[in-house]
Design a protein around this ligand. Structure first.
Ligand code: DAH
Length: 331
């Protein structure tokens, strides 16, 4: 074979390769194991032919390496100019979450009471019947002792139906004066409808001190109502019954939609029911070893969903549990 002719042909092919893949093809064709040149090299018998063939091989190898470097540089130039990242290009907005409406209300209520010198304490979602019923002065046969109303985990262990047992834990853990609130989930065997849901949240408040009266309770609740629903709000209290308070009251706030003139939300009464409260029953104080002659207390327990629904005109409590972002994003 004519080594120079093969080399010349190979150099043309190498120069003509316009991609790394094409160059590789040319390399295999002219330098591969089965190439004419490699075969000739295997069969070479004399020094002169060997030198000519090796010189041709070297020239082709050098051309391949040079072409390879050129192609790689061109490829780098291309990607640097075409794939350049434009750092001034506006980014893709990442959706950002926010707190659930109930969490917002919960924190707001906590802040209000922290501002009045109260401490926020944790309650227990799982209680014993001792704390949920006995210590709260619930007589045998009280309806919430029934598994029709309350989720029993076994004969004695229940999901709390109200945050009130937190009062008992707080009184057992501290000595008066006590000013605490406790917020969290409660559970009742209720069928879900527009105003009921088997899980809901309450805020429980408890104050125990020397000389506390119903007037202190009313003043505290009025403050809370005004901070939640507006400074112009008035409060009204009606007698009620709870086993753990005596006397017991139900608090009403003047309607913030119609300002008391009567509308759909206040059912044309001008007043909206907010929740229960009362003076801690002496039996409850005695139960935790306090002397009702020495200290008195007041307590209240209100629903957070109800507060949220009233404030935002939400017609259905279920919306707070369905996690439909179209609704939740509005708050
Ligand atoms: N635990 C009551 C309920 O769930 C609400 C309540 C009423 C709590 C009066 C209190 C209270 O602390 O004093 O209906």
């Amino acid at each position: 074979m004519d080594a120079d002719a093969v080399a010349a042909e190979a150099l043309v092919a190498v120069e003509a390769a316009s991609s790394v893949a094409e160059l590789d093809e040319a390399r295999v064709r002219y330098l591969g194991r089965k190439s004419e040149l490699k075969q000739a090299l295997r069969e070479v018998r004399d020094r002169e032919t060997g030198m000519a063939l090796n010189s041709a091989r070297r020239r082709i190898e050098e051309a391949v390496a040079a072409r390879q470097a050129g192609l790689e540089r061109a490829e780098l130039d291309r990607s640097l100019s075409e794939e350049r990242t434009d750092i001034t290009f506006p980014g893709e907005a990442q959706p950002r979450g926010h707190l659930h409406l109930i969490t917002q209300v919960r924190r707001e209520v906590e802040d209000i009471f922290l501002g009045m010198g109260y401490e926020v304490v944790e309650g227990r979602e799982v209680e014993t019947s001792h704390y949920l019923f006995d210590a709260l002065n619930m007589p045998a046969g009280h309806p919430t002792r029934s598994p029709l109303h309350t989720f029993f985990l076994d004969d004695d262990v229940v999901l709390r139906t109200e945050t009130s047992p937190a009062q008992i834990h707080a009184m057992e853990a501290r000595k008066p004066p006590i000013y605490i609130v406790s917020l969290g989930r409660c559970y009742r065997r209720d069928t879900a409808d527009a105003t009921h849901y088997p899980i809901f949240h309450q805020v429980e408040g408890l104050a125990v001190d020397r000389g506390l009266t119903l007037a202190d309770l009313k003043g505290t609740l009025l403050r809370l109502l005004r901070l939640l629903f507006g400074e112009e709000r008035e409060a009204r209290f009606a007698t009620h019954f709870f086993p753990f308070t005596e006397p017991s009251i139900e608090a009403y706030v003047s309607c913030f939609l119609c300002d008391g003139t009567g509308c759909r939300v206040c059912r044309h009464s001008g007043w909206i029911e907010i929740g229960g409260a009362g003076m801690v029953d002496p039996n409850v104080l005695r139960f935790v070893g306090y002397d009702p002659e020495e200290v008195t207390g007041f307590a209240f327990g209100w629903g957070l969903e109800r507060m949220a629904m009233l404030r935002h005109g939400l017609p259905d409590i279920r919306a707070l549990w369905e996690n439909d972002l179209r609704l939740l994003e509005q708050f």
